[in-house]
Ligand binder design. Structure first.
Ligand SMILES: NC(=O)c1ccc[n+]([C@@H]2O[C@H](COP(=O)([O-])OP(=O)(O)OC[C@H]3O[C@@H](n4cnc5c(N)ncnc54)[C@H](OP(=O)(O)O)[C@@H]3O)[C@@H](O)[C@H]2O)c1
Length: 298
């Protein structure tokens, strides 16, 4: 098992001085990775969501967050619109473009524009092909042949479908049943467990890699737990913060490959990465976690 004590020592240093944290903590510590089914690839278990820092073009903060991720062997960054170019420029300037896996949103309904944006991103990052082109089912489902064409011609390694609410599950499941979806992104957390019912089991059945959005319900999770201590029994699965409480719950589901955590705060990034190390809750503990949070949510 990864030496969690070393992560904690390193992350304590990182909380004080964020940018040189690589030298202190991450020389040997690398996030665990989970294999993408049917490939030689794998994804580290913690990724970054489309941060406000990316959206606002805050290059300094974007650099600190991305550097923190990659220092610990993290790779997946979810980004769309103009923020993909902010991320592209940052990973280029940090010389980590080869280390990151960009999950980028493209509109299948506008093939010409998608190709132009893809070309621009490839030029910025210097990568030979994109990692993942995906979009909401509203666009991806009716234009799936276009997505498949992008993959077939080598513009991208993977294609996928992404949404954050259960109303989208039926369409995403129909797409997965075709056997052509490589990566599913869906919402899942101890306060939003609906994905457990059908879509996560289907992803396992179909060999689809799964990334998870809304691990903190876009921040609402922290309102629910505000004023409450993390229960002592969370130490049994090496959990030290409320953020890790949610992330470790998510990572303990067998369908999940990577959780996307959105933050503008490098200290939060270190906290979130910490969830990737150490033990995970077993099934009985998972149920206890859900019950505990539902109790707090009232
Ligand atoms: N495809 C889709 O339909 C879809 C939909 C929703 C989301 N997503 C993707 O999923 C990503 C994450 O989902 P989300 O947007 O719902 O955000 P989220 O990750 O559930 O929550 C983000 C919020 O949590 C806070 N936070 C993060 N880490 C923290 C920590 N360790 N301690 C305390 N607070 C912390 C952040 O504040 P600070 O900035 O202060 O840390 C922010 O307010 C998005 O960025 C996006 O890439 C995709």
């Amino acid at each position: 098992m990864i030496n969690r004590r070393r992560f904690i020592q390193g992350s304590a240093a990182a909380a004080t001085i964020v940018s040189p944290l690589s030298a202190l903590a991450s020389d040997v510590l690398r996030l665990p990775r989970r294999p993408i089914p049917g490939t030689e690839d794998s994804l580290p278990v913690i990724g970054l969501g489309n941060s406000n820092a990316f959206r606002q073009g805050d290059v300094d903060t974007s650099k600190r967050i991305i550097r923190t991720l990659t220092d610990y062997g993290g790779s997946y960054i979810d980004c769309g619109g103009q923020s993909r170019f902010v991320v592209g420029n940052v990973v280029s300037s940090l010389d980590v473009a080869e280390d990151v896996f960009l999950g980028t949103y493209f509109t299948g309904a506008d093939d010409a524009n998608a190709r132009a944006e893809a070309a621009r991103l490839l030029e910025i990052t210097g990568k030979p092909m994109l990692d993942l082109m995906h979009n909401y089912p509203e666009d991806a489902a009716p234009n799936w042949d276009t997505f498949r064409g992008w993959k077939d011609e080598g513009l991208t390694r993977y294609i996928g479908v992404s949404r954050h609410r259960k109303e989208a599950y039926p369409t995403m499941m129909e797409m997965m049943k075709t056997g052509t979806v490589d990566v599913l992104q869906v919402n899942y957390s101890p306060l939003e467990t609906e994905a457990e019912d059908e879509i996560l089991p289907l992803a396992m059945d179909k060999g689809v890699a799964v990334t998870i959005n809304r691990p903190f319900i876009n921040g609402r999770f922290f309102q629910v737990v505000s004023g409450h201590d993390v229960p002592e029994w969370a130490a049994e699965f090496d959990c030290e913060s409320w953020a890790q409480f949610s992330l470790k719950f998510i990572l303990s589901h067998p369908a999940v490959h990577c959780v996307l955590t959105e933050t503008t705060n490098p200290r939060h990034a270190v906290d979130n990465i910490g969830a990737g190390f150490g033990r995970l809750p077993d099934e009985a503990t998972r149920q206890r976690m859900v019950a505990h949070l539902r109790g707090l949510a009232g």
